[in-house]
Design a protein around this ligand. Sequence first.
Ligand code: SF4
Length: 250
Amino acid sequence: MSDAAFRELQRMFASLVASTAAAPNLADVLADHAFDLFEANIDAQTAHLPTLACAKGCPSCCALRVTATAPEIFLLARYIRQIDERMSATALGSLARRVKLANRATRGLSEAERMTRRQPCPFVVRGGCVIHPVRPLACRGHASFDRRACAQAMAGRDVEVPVSAPHIALRSLVQDALRAALDAAGLASDLYELNHGLALALDDPEGERAWRNGEDSLASARIAPSTAAQTDQVLWSRAAGHEATARDEA
Ligand code: SF4
């Protein structure tokens, strides 16, 4: 995908930031647009590839560290609050509490330690992702052609997992364009560890407003580029096959 495509996406995000300004729904508008862009383009990018193995009921990779931008985290925090309000007495329990417990279990762990610990994402329930409509770009961009290889890799076996490079490339294109537009507008544009970022956003309802005003209210969940590279190493050391040639942040 070309520089021109990147610049066009960046312009679209910049225009959304400008038109939405400091409105309360800025995070939702940007995250929704990022998800729409990914979903609207991924089929065309992967039409020549075999069918993916990823399907409901396979949460094999949902123990890897997930990173997300601030808009994705604030959108997801709002979604979690709404679900918790509607489903307070179900067997599912509070999603906010699940996030808090997961954060306690994973905070500060390296990618290798997380692989060893295999702590599932707090949103895996009965093998499915309960926040699927608003799952982060990182999850959308990780797609495999071999379910068995994924399970073996997550169990610590030294196997190659054939992943879809177009998924990773498109995820990276959309995410980088969003981050560039945020940065140009003076908004925090880093990547954050999902469990920690969500715990912060859920604990502090004013955090989103602070982010819109140019503060980095998720700063303590920030993922340093060198740490994100650990995820790359884990993912790509196990990736092979179908156009698995691009590399980027997880
Ligand atoms: S958010 Fe959903 S898709 Fe992403 S790791 Fe968690 S359960 Fe899996």
